[in-house]
Design a binder for this molecule. Sequence first.
Ligand code: PLP
Length: 461
Amino acid sequence: MTAFTPEEAERLRAADRRHVWHPFTQMQEWTADPDDPLVIATADGFHLVDVDGRRYIDGVSSLWVNVHGHRHAALDAALTAQLGAVAHSTLLGLASVPSIRLAERLVALAPRGLSRVFYSDSGSTAVEIALKIAFQYWQQRGDPRRTRFLALRDAYHGDTLGSVSVGGMDLFHRIFRPLLFEALRAPPPYCYRCALGKTWPDCALACADDLCATLRAHAGEVAAVVVEPLVMGAAGMITAPAGWLARVRAACDETGALLICDEVATGFGRTGKMFACEHEAVAPDLLCVAKGLTGGYLPLAATLATERVYEAFLGAYADQRTFFHGHTYTGNALACAVALANLDTFERERTLERLAPKIALLHELLAPLRAHPHVGEVRQRGFMVGIELVADRATRAPYAYEDKMGAQVARAARRRGAILRPLGNVVVLMPPLAIDEETLRTLVAVARAGIDEVAGAAAPP
Ligand code: PLP
């Protein structure tokens, strides 16, 4: 392990404050906070290690990407082997061995009917590409009125302007509104704060019906419906009730709109199955994957399409039906090689089979939090957890934005040896899928202690 002298560690922190602009970060606070930055130097298994040698459980899988742990021997070896072959060659005009092999594997794993793989390098680009493919598809299928997208309020699909247009998180997105195209909107399946004032299951999925009604009202105009299947991640781990996704698929079939499933967060085992769509036997027309695709090693994304969608782009060179889109590092060989090793490791280590009892254990460990006076709801789907903190449990009144409750809990957890990254008032747990039971227990205990410290553990009023 690389050792850093206290002087070098301090120099790095100072240089970070001087030069690095961090994502989703108020830099004025960051640079003024004596505890920031925590500089990670190494990692092993389920822990991150900082430049001072302190160890932290990676409680959010390094922003939802890590699967088998850090410095996994098989993933490391695959990268080294690929380095001995070629690090990168372009897919514009050339093919490459690992990108071909990975495409074969993805098609075999993905929901039925998805047979074509378009590579890119982040979740945002995977969604951007799906939107552009859907748009161009209808232009070339002779139905040019289908130019609109239907998306959910509170959705998050990434930070490029197309994905922001179908996003719906006011805090992140409102300033860019003049730059965005307008999407049709449907209410999210957020049962704890139902926009329709209903209660599950008596509502009989009224929010899905609302979506279907909007879709029918605009049937001839909608190119595609865009959803995060089963769990709306960045919105606060909002878990859709059973049947919601299947109903959206049925409405797309009825009206002819394409269905884009953004599995950037839910893909690669997060919900307990390889893809969230599998829980409801849904097959989208376009599937976006990224994050866990490389097991958390390298930036790689893919947009999978059906043969029907793909065929709309075929024609003579002169017809100009080509999908004119691509990124310099599209299908990077190192990333594809490590993605293949990630998928091999899923099989060899029976990752999903071994995950099932850990999902149940996690549910059990979270049980005491459900009675906490400042926990409104604990949402869990597989290894995706959102603990929504509330100022008042009876009225469900949220804490004010300035209270920074989630951030305070994360800071308290960090002092106890776990890294968390909240979403507003929602404390997120997203452990690596391969985490061992003992580390999982410690992680939940640390999160609980952090919530008690910040929100208090007093009896409910
Ligand atoms: N889509 C979903 C559902 C996500 O959760 C995210 C990121 O959290 C994205 C898209 C954007 O991915 P990226 O940050 O890799 O651009």
